[in-house]
Design a protein around this ligand. Structure first.
Ligand SMILES: [Zn+2]
Length: 660
C-alpha cells in the first residue's frame, strides 16, 4: 500500500520563490509524482467493478482504493482531439483540434509545459501514430516515446509497458509526470492469448482485459519505484460504438457508447468511493495542476459542478452534415444535431427513449448548446500524404477539403449506413487504391449527392487511373456542389498536371499558389510544371519552399541537389546534399571546391570510398584541392589521380593547369 501523503505546500512555495528558470537544482520537494494513464477506445461499461462481459482485476483493485467517476464524458470521440482536451483543459472549440490528423496550435499552452516549468520531469509513452509528436502534444515533455518499431503505426500495451518499466528504474530528485497511453481496444480487435481464446466471441473485451493486465504491471512498478507522494489518474479518451445506434467504432455520433468513459483518481486529497456527478475529462488537466500545487480551480478534488459539453464535428467538417453538440446536466443529456434529443442516461443508458417532447431544458443547458462555437470553415490543416497514409492504417482518414455549408445537411444519426462505406472509401483513396475506391465513392454520392469530399475523391480516382472523361464529368459535379471552391480548382489542376493537357494546369496552379501559398500539393505540382517548362530556377525555389514546410525525404533532397548542381546553383546544391545526410561526398566535394571551401572539400573527398563508381573523379578533385591547399604530398596525389584515371578524368588531368 502506498502512502498518498498530503501536499507540503510550504516546500512548494519555497520552490516557486526560488524561481524555476534558473539552473535546475535537485530540490527536495514532496509534491505528488503523477501517473496519467489514458485508455484508448475504452467504454465506461467495459472496465471496472460494474463492467459487463469482461474481468478487469487490476482496474478494479485500483477502483477500490480511489474515487471512481461513474458519469465521466469525453469532449469529442476521437483520439487526438480528446487527448488535446486532457492536455489543455479546453473543449475542442478552445484548443481547435476537432478530429485526428490536425495539428494542435503552438499557441495553446499544454499541461506538460506547465508541469515542466514547475520542476517536474515530464515523460510520455504513447502507443499510436494518432498521438505522434508531430501533431503537437509533445511540447513540454522531456521524453516523448513514440517508437513503435519497424515502421509500425501502433504498439501493444505490453510493448509500451515494457518501455516504461525500463525508464522507471532511473531515479531523480524531481517529481515525475508520467503519461502512458494504451491503444489496444482500438479496431481491429486482436488480443493475444490467453485473452484471444477467453474472449473469442467478443475480442473487443479481450483487448480491454489484456490492457488491464498491463495496467496492473505499470501501476505496480510506478508505486514501487517512484519515491515520495504519488497520484494516479486513469481515463478513457472515448468509447466504442460496437453497433449501438448503428455505429461500429467512434467519431461520428454523441451517444453513450462513445462519449461515456472510465475515470478514476487516486491521490492526495482523494477519498475512495464513487460519484455520479457528471464531469468532463478535460478536468484531468485541472486536477493535475492541483496535485502539482499550481492551481486548484476546477480540480476534480473539489466539488465544482458544470454543465458538461461535448461535440462530434467530424461529419460536419468532412461531409457538411449537421454539427453535433451535447450538454449534460445531472442525469439528463441533450444532443443538438439538426434536432434536439434528450435522454435520462442513468435510467436509460442505451438512449432508447427520447424525452425531447416533454423535457424542459434548463437555461444553462440551452445556453451551453447555443453558445458552443462551430468550428470555423477554414481549409483543413495540411497533413502530408505520408501522415495521411499512416493515419489510414489506424482507420482514421479525414477530409482534405474545406467543408461547404449545405442547406440539405443531413443528421449524422440518419446516415449511419454510410459510416463504414465512407471510412473504407477514404482509406482506399489515401492508399491510392483507386479502382477499389470508385464503386464505394459512387455509392456515397448516390445517397449523399452534395458530399464534396467524396465528389473530389471520385474525380481524382478517375483521373489517377487515366479515365479522363469520367474524371472531367466528376469535376463538373464537384463544381456544381461548390462553385468557386479553391479545393475544386486545386484537384482539377492536379488532374490536368497528370495529363497531356498539363499546360492547362499552370495558370490554375499559379493562382492557387498566389492565393494560398501553404497549399503544398499545389506548390509541389507547380514545381513539377516549372521543371517541365525548363524554368529550373523557379522549380528549385518552389522545392526549397516546400521543404521548409515539411520534412523532405533523402531522395527528394538528392534530386534537389542534383537539379541545383546541374544549373550551377552551388549554394542551393550544397544545402540540399548536406541535409540529405547520404553518401554524396563526391558531389559535396565538387561543390565545396567550386565554392572555394577547400578544407570542407578535402574532408568530403577523403570520405569517398574506393568502391565508388566515380572514384577516379574523386581522386582528380582531391588532387586539385591538394594543390590549392599546398599540401606537401600534392605530387603523389596527382600521380594517384593519373594512375587511377578513367576516360573522363584522363582528359581533365591532361588539361589541368594546376598539375603542371
Ligand atoms: Zn482514441
Amino acid at each position: 500500500m502506498v502512502a498518498y501523503g498530503p501536499m507540503p505546500r510550504r516546500l512548494l512555495l519555497l520552490l516557486l520563490l526560488l524561481g524555476c528558470g534558473k539552473t535546475p537544482q535537485p530540490v527536495a520537494i514532496e509534491r505528488a509524482s503523477i501517473l496519467l494513464v489514458t485508455l484508448d477506445t475504452t467504454r465506461a461499461d467495459a472496465i471496472g467493478p460494474e463492467a459487463k462481459n469482461v474481468d478487469t482485476p487490476a482496474y478494479n483493485a485500483l477502483a477500490a482504493r480511489g474515487l471512481r467517476f461513474r458519469q465521466a464524458y469525453t469532449t469529442v470521440p476521437q483520439t487526438l482531439a480528446a487527448h488535446s482536451s486532457i492536455m489543455t483543459g479546453l473543449y475542442p472549440a478552445g484548443h481547435g483540434v476537432h478530429e485526428n490528423g490536425r495539428y494542435l496550435s503552438q499557441k495553446v499552452p499544454l499541461l506538460a509545459e506547465q508541469m515542466k516549468s514547475a520542476g517536474y520531469r515530464t515523460v510520455a509513452f504513447v502507443s499510436a501514430f494518432a498521438l505522434a509528436r508531430r501533431f503537437g502534444l509533445g511540447r513540454g515533455f522531456d521524453v516523448y516515446d513514440e517508437d513503435f518499431g519497424n515502421g509500425r503505426e501502433e504498439r501493444t500495451a505490453k510493448e509500451t509497458t515494457d518501455r516504461v518499466l525500463g525508464y522507471l528504474g532511473r531515479q531523480s530528485p524531481q517529481p515525475l509526470f508520467l503519461w502512458v497511453h494504451y491503444y489496444d481496444p482500438h479496431y481491429p480487435y486482436t488480443p493475444p492469448e490467453p485473452f484471444r481464446s477467453r474472449y473469442a466471441k467478443q475480442p473487443y473485451f479481450g483487448e480491454v482485459a489484456f490492457m488491464d493486465e498491463q495496467l496492473g504491471h505499470l501501476v505496480q512498478a510506478f508505486e514501487q519505484q517512484v519515491r515520495g507522494s504519488k497520484a494516479i489518474i486513469i481515463v478513457g479518451d472515448h468509447g466504442e460504438g460496437l453497433g449501438e445506434h448503428g455505429e461500429a467504432q467512434h467519431g461520428n455520433l454523441l451517444y453513450q457508447a462513445t462519449m461515456h468513459v472510465p475515470l478514476l483518481l487516486l491521490g492526495p486529497g482523494i477519498a475512495p468511493g464513487t460519484t455520479d456527478a457528471p464531469v468532463s475529462i478535460r478536468r484531468v488537466f485541472h486536477t493535475m495542476l492541483d496535485w502539482a500545487g499550481l492551481d486548484t480551480a476546477k480540480s476534480l478534488r473539489g466539488s465544482d459542478q458544470e454543465v458538461v459539453v461535448g461535440e462530434a464535428m467530424r461529419p460536419f467538417l468532412d461531409f457538411g452534415w449537421q454539427p453535433q453538440v451535447m450538454a449534460i446536466e445531472g442525469r439528463f443529456k441533450t444532443i443538438a444535431a439538426g434536432q434536439i434529443e434528450v435522454y435520462d442516461v442513468i435510467a436509460d443508458p442505451a438512449e432508447a427513449h427520447n424525452l425531447a417532447a416533454t423535457a424542459n431544458l434548463s437555461r444553462s443547458v440551452r445556453a451551453a448548446l447555443k453558445d458552443y462555437p462551430l468550428p470555423s470553415l477554414e481549409a483543413p490543416h495540411a497533413t502530408t500524404d505520408e501522415e495521411r497514409r499512416k493515419l489510414a492504417s489506424l482507420g482514421y482518414v479525414s477530409a482534405t477539403t474545406k467543408p461547404v455549408v449545405r442547406p440539405d445537411a443531413p443528421r449524422p444519426a440518419d446516415m449511419v449506413r454510410l459510416f463504414d462505406v465512407l471510412d473504407r472509401a477514404a482509406s482506399l483513396f489515401v492508399r491510392e487504391q483507386y479502382a477499389a475506391a470508385i464503386p464505394l465513392l459512387e455509392r456515397i454520392l448516390k445517397e449523399d449527392p452534395h458530399n464534396l469530399d467524396s465528389a473530389l475523391r471520385l474525380a481524382t480516382a478517375y483521373s489517377s487511373l487515366g479515365r479522363e472523361k469520367e474524371a472531367v464529368a466528376a469535376f463538373r459535379k464537384a463544381e456544381a456542389i461548390a462553385p468557386d471552391s479553391e479545393d475544386v480548382r486545386t484537384y482539377l489542376a492536379l488532374h490536368y498536371a497528370r495529363t497531356r493537357d498539363w499546360p492547362r494546369a499552370v495558370p490554375l496552379l499559379e493562382r492557387i499558389v498566389a492565393e494560398s501559398p501553404d497549399r503544398l500539393p499545389a506548390v509541389e505540382a507547380l514545381a513539377v510544371m516549372r521543371q517541365r517548362q525548363g524554368r529550373i530556377g523557379e522549380a528549385i525555389a518552389l522545392r526549397q519552399k516546400i521543404y521548409s514546410q515539411r520534412t523532405p525525404t533523402t531522395r527528394e533532397l538528392v534530386q534537389l541537389g542534383e537539379l541545383a548542381m546541374a544549373t550551377g546553383q552551388t549554394a542551393a546544391a550544397i544545402d540540399a546534399f548536406e541535409k540529405a545526410h547520404s553518401d554524396h561526398d563526391l558531389e559535396l566535394g565538387v561543390l565545396y571546391l567550386a565554392a572555394g571551401r577547400l578544407q570542407d572539400a578535402k574532408e568530403a573527398l577523403d570520405r569517398v570510398p574506393p568502391s565508388h563508381p566515380e572514384y577516379a573523379m574523386a581522386l582528380f578533385k582531391r588532387a586539385q584541392v591538394s594543390v590549392l591547399l599546398q599540401e606537401p604530398d600534392h605530387a603523389s596525389r596527382i600521380e594517384a589521380a593519373r594512375h587511377h584515371a578513367d576516360a573522363t578524368t584522363r582528359e581533365l588531368i591532361a588539361r589541368e593547369r594546376l598539375f603542371r
